[in-house]
Design a protein around this ligand. Structure first.
Ligand SMILES: [Zn+2]
Length: 260
């Protein structure tokens, strides 16, 4: 299944949501500097620290970026591109396509792509801000020249959508940072897990993906995984990932291109 005799694959991905994830959750948050500052941490601290980490580990990753984040932080996006990482589409605003009309969804796709391409990115991948599709998403991805989607949870290996020439790179909550760490002071109902607990969970899952010869799509968010203690955990985990025998670590785009 994998190129050059590899027996499993992995993609390291980051959703660089910054303030948009908070505004998408509640438009009123646009007027709440404290709430927004959780997202501003992305551009100020987390993304530079992650770029430094990836550089030290010689890893190439994929960053999904909403258009409005790229407009607010063009230099950060240029830094990501300059370091050789892939940029994928993550909406213009951080709004689920399931809540948009076809026209609105198309406008989000077009605008987001324009902003990223103007900064020098070649955009062929789409991760929806909700990991979900509207009835129009796949048609729109085809008509706007996308090659892959990274949104669904029905497999552990990439596959091609049956009626659309789009490769799916499956994701899952277990190997995402948000379900374990996300904390929203508006609801105050969730306990924040320790980095050690999540590291152990990710190691278990990785062992399973390697055993089943799957593709491990690590999905993280700089504002979540980029907190100080978690950054150390990410480094330990990524070192462990690179030490797996027979694993092929590549960008989402490169893995998508390997699918027949
Ligand atoms: Zn997001």
């Amino acid at each position: 299944m994998w190129p050059n005799g590899a027996t499993s694959a992995a993609v390291v991905s980051f959703d660089f949501d910054a303030e948009e994830v908070w505004i998408g959750e509640d438009p009123e948050n646009a007027r709440r500097p404290g709430t927004l500052s959780q997202g501003s941490y992305d551009a100020k601290v987390a993304v530079p620290a992650i770029l430094d980490l990836l550089d030290r580990l010689s890893l190439t990753a994929t960053f999904f970026v909403p258009g409005r984040v790229a407009e607010r932080y063009p230099d950060r996006v240029r830094d990501i591109i300059k370091a050789g990482h892939e940029i994928g589409h993550h909406g213009y605003t951080h709004t689920s396509p399931t809540s948009l009309t076809r026209e609105q969804e198309e406008a989000e796709l077009t605008k987001g792509k324009e902003v990223l391409e103007a900064l020098g990115a070649e955009v062929v991948g789409y991760r929806s801000p909700s990991w979900d599709f509207s009835p129009h998403t796949l048609d729109l991805l085809v008509s706007h020249g996308f090659a892959y989607s990274s949104n669904l949870m029905d497999d552990i290996r990439p596959y091609r959508h049956p009626k659309h020439p789009i490769v799916e790179l499956p994701v899952h909550w277990t190997i995402d940072d948000a379900p374990h760490f996300w904390f929203d002071a508006a609801s105050w109902v969730k306990t924040i897990r320790s980095a050690a607990e999540v590291e152990s969970l990710w190691r278990e899952e990785l062992e399973g993906y390697v055993a089943l010869e799957g593709m491990f799509m690590l999905t993280t968010h700089p504002q979540i995984i980029g907190r100080p203690g978690r950054l150390l955990m990410l480094e330990r985990f990524l070192r462990h990932l690179t030490q797996q025998e027979g694993i092929w670590i590549a960008t989402a785009r490169t893995v998508a291109e390997s699918v027949p």
